[in-house]
Design a binder for this molecule. Structure first.
Ligand SMILES: Cc1cc2nc3c(=O)[nH]c(=O)nc-3n(C[C@H](O)[C@H](O)[C@H](O)COP(=O)(O)OP(=O)(O)OC[C@H]3O[C@@H](n4cnc5c(N)ncnc54)[C@H](O)[C@@H]3O)c2cc1C
Ligand code: SF4
Length: 285
């Protein structure tokens, strides 16, 4: 549906579309208006107005000289040479409101991470070139954000992996919505979560070596993310509640969060698999 060939103006004037509303289910009508006529057009408008985030209200973020490969070359050990493109085609804007610059882990290219949610979604994407919104946002975007991955590198990966990844829709969805790369310009807060949300929204956890209620590292990654970036969220009213929960975490919990972040970042960064028995725990002493 998010193909650029769907012309909004022709929908507005379409008797057939609006005639259908008289007998369609209310939730279908709501979905159509909110997602297709609302959110999809908003994405398109943002892309158009900011020239793909090359122009932001507070200045111009750096722009990559040539299109990136989403970490493919690093994973394969080959140097990736972009196709010859006209000089005026650059590699896109590289904003990062939170200053995230880490490379995308090889798990996104199919190496097993040991996190069933990530491994299942990545395998499905390489099989089908598609996955649903929640998996894009709350598994792929979430994990990359929690690991401080460069928003541009993740965007390039989406661009390569998804069949519907046109610039006008993939850039606002990844650089702005999925990674908070342009801060509060388009969304009021980052879309990050711990294991509870992933467990509630899908059935990945039942096949995972980790337990979402006990030892899932994603929950520690979530708290460690908030701890690292809490200055950036200090004035954000929508982050007040989670920051006050963060403040109630004990010293040893915070140290465990940080240690789990270091552990997962380094194992996944090397293309390895995390296992429950290797999980670091910090003593209360
Ligand atoms: C990190 C991330 C990357 C994404 N990358 C792309 C992409 O490359 N290409 C793409 O088309 N969509 C992208 N999306 C948006 C969205 O995930 C897909 O449009 C959606 O999964 C399509 O599935 P659906 O038809 O079941 O959508 P539904 O949720 O049923 O919505 C109905 C229709 O509304 C429109 N819509 C809904 N949400 C969005 C949205 N966030 N942006 C634009 N249109 C939307 C689409 O036309 C969609 O078909 C991305 C979202 C995220 C979070
Ligand atoms: S337990 Fe954690 S890592 Fe495993 S599938 Fe659930 S959320 Fe993902």
């Amino acid at each position: 549906m998010a193909t650029r060939y769907l012309a909004f103006q022709s929908l507005i004037g379409s008797f057939k579309v609006f005639g259908t509303f008289s007998y369609a289910l209310l939730q279908s009508v709501e979905g159509f208006l909110r997602q297709v006529l609302g959110w999809r057009e908003f994405m398109c408008h943002i892309h158009w107005e900011t020239d793909g985030f090359r122009l932001l209200p507070h200045g111009k973020p750096p722009v990559s000289r040539v299109p990136g490969d989403g970490g493919f070359g690093r994973w394969r050990g080959d140097k990736w040479t972009p196709q010859k493109a006209p000089k005026e085609i650059d590699g896109g804007a590289t904003p990062s409101f939170l200053g995230c610059k880490e490379p995308l882990p090889p798990a996104f290219w199919g190496e097993l991470s040991g996190l069933a949610c990530l491994d299942t979604v990545v395998a499905d994407v390489w099989e089908e070139g598609y996955s649903h919104h929640i998996t894009r946002l709350m598994v792929l975007g979430n994990l990359a954000s929690l690991l401080d991955v460069s928003p541009r590198e993740l965007t390039d990966w989406f661009w390569i992996a998804y069949f519907d990844a046109y610039d006008w829709v993939v850039e606002p969805n990844v650089l702005a919505m999925g990674t908070y790369g342009v801060g509060p310009l388009m969304t009021t807060k980052p879309y990050v979560s711990g294991a509870a949300y992933i467990n509630q929204m899908g059935d990945f956890c039942s096949d995972c070596a980790f337990n979402p209620k006990k030892d899932c590292p994603i929950t520690n990654l979530y708290w460690a993310f908030l701890e690292r970036h809490r200055q950036a969220f200090a004035d954000n009213p929508r982050m007040r509640l989670v920051l006050s929960s963060l403040a109630r975490r004990s010293d040893s919990q915070r140290r465990t969060d940080g240690a789990v972040f270091e552990w997962v970042s380094s194992v996944l960064g090397e293309g390895g698999t995390v296992r429950p028995e290797q999980r670091p725990e910090v003593d209360d002493a």
